[in-house]
Design a binder for this molecule. Structure first.
Ligand code: HEC
Ligand code: HEC
Ligand code: HEC
Ligand code: HEC
Ligand code: HEC
Ligand code: HEC
Ligand code: HEC
Ligand code: HEC
Ligand code: HEC
Ligand code: HEC
Length: 324
């Protein structure tokens, strides 16, 4: 996170200063700021409350001094429908930075403009428009709820999101999550049996709603509020006439590793029999499931790969022994 901040500062120096140096004083006479034609009602944004219809003609606009930021903003979702004929209205910038009049009158006095950063910036700025809490998403619940460690601005970067990282993400998703969850990311990278992640199709957010949802397991479900696996492997969900008891007592993670595994089929155990015998021990009274009938001679290789016979391991509509 610290390096992110330093990065942002470095960027400010790299991008901001040369632009300012070039354009101070502006080459062409400053144009009057465009009238406010904001489609996003700034009423919800306290920061934007001051948006005045027009600056006095003598004052330069944000875009006169911050040409780089203004230019780059054309592609930003926040500018949707607000930039007409290349004209960037001050009100757009002020929707996050607050009233810029004193800053402009002070010739760019940086003490007189709000730069959203950290928890304060997230709460004051982002949440003024994005404070969603419905059944699909919650900005307040879960471990990613705004805090000093994790907040909107640790994951999103309004002016300098990384190329090819959609949704204004500060970094590509895998790299972003990696900055705090090395174990899970390296598991995907290093384990031989894992979903292919970060290569254009699947992302961490295929299984996790990164903002959290209402409720306790807030981040452990998808945006749709489902157990992560079912959206794509619906065939394993059932309902089956003969459900495998293992799924009834647990879930997919009873047998599979979600972040990749050293074992084929992403199983938790290196052999199938090991997995099954944890619940179907031939020693009576010790486990959850029934005992394999005695003709199962477990010393024979033939019986060790249980799923050669119990093929419908996720449930069957035809056979209670999951044989077909
Ligand atoms: C007259 C030129 C000028 C205008 C017009 C102007 N700025 Fe600035 N702005 C500056 C200068 C100079 C700095 C200081 C750069 C530095 O020291 O890094 C600055 C800094 C900033 C900063 C960074 C503050 C910080 O704490 O680092 C923000 C944010 C900002 N301006 C936003 C705006 C917005 C929004 C507008 C329009 C409402 C605007 N500026 C209009 C010249 C201008
Ligand atoms: C959706 C909110 C939002 C809008 C709209 C917005 N900014 Fe920013 N701005 C930020 C945030 C957040 C930062 C802090 C750096 C970062 O995380 O990107 C920032 C930082 C800056 C800085 C400081 C340099 C830097 O990169 O740290 C300047 C200058 C600036 N903005 C100018 C502008 C101008 C000019 C506009 C209008 C074209 C504008 N901003 C519109 C959110 C916004
Ligand atoms: C003035 C209200 C307002 C403020 C303040 C605001 N946003 Fe937004 N934001 C919007 C709107 C409206 C959209 C949707 C734009 C669209 O649909 O094209 C949006 C879209 C986004 C998106 C999605 C972009 C995409 O390409 O999918 C992200 C991410 C985002 N905002 C983050 C932030 C962050 C972080 C902040 C705080 C620095 C912030 N916003 C402040 C109104 C706001
Ligand atoms: C832990 C990192 C993280 C944090 C913290 C975070 N986001 Fe996001 N955000 C993401 C990711 C990843 C996506 C892309 C999700 C996807 O691809 O489905 C995203 C997408 C979005 C979007 C566009 C898609 C949508 O869900 O509407 C908006 C808007 C948004 N974030 C706003 C915010 C705001 C506001 C905050 C602060 C309250 C915030 N985010 C905090 C990681 C984060
Ligand atoms: C700035 C650091 C940071 C970033 C970036 C981040 N997280 Fe987290 N995340 C946390 C913290 C702190 C927790 C709380 C538990 C912990 O310490 O692991 C957490 C917890 C989680 C949990 C566990 C929730 C639970 O129920 O146990 C999931 C899942 C998660 N994050 C997914 C993601 C994903 C996916 C991304 C990338 C989009 C991401 N995180 C990016 C800091 C971060
Ligand atoms: C295939 C779906 C899937 C993908 C992709 C996925 N996760 Fe998970 N993740 C899960 C499930 C399911 C759990 C809950 C495990 C449990 O309850 O036993 C989980 C749990 C977690 C936890 C909580 C601690 C733990 O390990 O149980 C973190 C943190 C986490 N995931 C981060 C990530 C990150 C970061 C990524 C992207 C690199 C990611 N996940 C990708 C399904 C997924
Ligand atoms: C976004 C869609 C998606 C989600 C969510 C998802 N998977 Fe997958 N899964 C796939 C695709 C596509 C494949 C085939 C390509 C591959 O092997 O990565 C696959 C393959 C598999 C395989 C077969 C591997 C093999 O060697 O044949 C297993 C086991 C698996 N997934 C388990 C899970 C589990 C458990 C979850 C939940 C934690 C889950 N999947 C969530 C898309 C998904
Ligand atoms: C009782 C343990 C167990 C549970 C619980 C379980 N699986 Fe499996 N799964 C297996 C075994 C064993 C295999 C390998 C089958 C084989 O050897 O052909 C497998 C294979 C798979 C495969 C790849 C082969 C195929 O048929 O497509 C996918 C995908 C899969 N499981 C998804 C899931 C999902 C999703 C869930 C949760 C609904 C789940 N599994 C729950 C044991 C389990
Ligand atoms: C988490 C524990 C668990 C695991 C692991 C598990 N099972 Fe089960 N299994 C059960 C439960 C519980 C039942 C339901 C009824 C019972 O057996 O008492 C069941 C039912 C069955 C049945 C149906 C017969 C019956 O008694 O209803 C077969 C066959 C079966 N399991 C085979 C397997 C195989 C093969 C594996 C390994 C791929 C496996 N099980 C892994 C818990 C488990
Ligand atoms: C060669 C094929 C074959 C293999 C391999 C096999 N089974 Fe079976 N299993 C069967 C048949 C056939 C039945 C049904 C017997 C009956 O109907 O009485 C059965 C029944 C069962 C039952 C149900 C017992 C009950 O009370 O209904 C369980 C549990 C079971 N097997 C577990 C396993 C486990 C665990 C393995 C791997 C260690 C395994 N099986 C390997 C053929 C096999």
């Amino acid at each position: 996170m610290r390096s992110h901040l330093i990065g942002a500062l470095a960027l400010a120096v790299l991008l901001g200063l040369p632009a300012l140096a070039q354009e101070k004083p502006p080459e062409k006479p400053p144009e009057p700021a465009a009238p406010v034609t904001q489609t996003t009602p700034p009423a919800t944004a306290p920061a934007a409350a001051s948006a005045t219809p027009a600056e006095p003609a003598a004052l330069p606009a944000c875009s006169d001094c911050h040409a780089d930021q203004a230019k780059a903003f054309a592609a930003n979702a926040h500018a949707h429908g607000q930039i007409k004929k290349g004209e960037v209205p001050n009100a757009l910038c002020e929707s996050c930075h607050g009233d810029g009049k004193a800053h402009i009158e002070g010739g760019g006095d940086k003490e007189k403009i709000f730069k959203p950063a950290g928890l304060l910036g997230s709460n004051k700025t982002c949440m003024s428009c994005h404070d969603i809490s419905n059944d699909r998403i919650s900005r307040h619940a879960g471990m990613h709820a705004n805090s000093a460690v994790v907040n909107c601005l640790t994951c999103h970067s309004i002016h300098s999101s990384e190329a090819h990282a959609p949704h204004l993400l500060a970094k590509k998703q895998l790299t972003l999550c990696d900055s705090c969850h090395m174990t899970q990311v390296s598991s995907f990278r290093n384990k031989p049996y894992a979903h292919r992640i970060g290569r254009g199709g699947m992302e961490c957010s295929s299984c996790h709603e990164p903002h959290g949802r209402p409720g306790a397991a807030s981040l452990r479900t998808t945006s749709a509020g489902e157990l992560p696996c079912l959206g794509c492997h619906a065939d394993k969900r059932g309902p089956f006439v003969f459900q495998h008891g293992a799924i009834a007592v647990g879930d997919c993670m009873t047998c599979h590793e979600p972040h990749g595994s050293s074992n084929p089929k992403r199983l938790k155990r290196s052999t199938v029999s090991q997995l099954c015998l944890e619940c179907h021990s031939p020693i009576s009274g010790t486990t959850l499931g029934s005992q394999p009938p005695s003709f199962h001679n477990l010393t024979l290789a033939r019986y060790q790969n249980c799923t050669t016979c119990h093929v419908a391991i996720h449930g069957s509509n035809r056979d209670p022994q999951l044989l077909k």
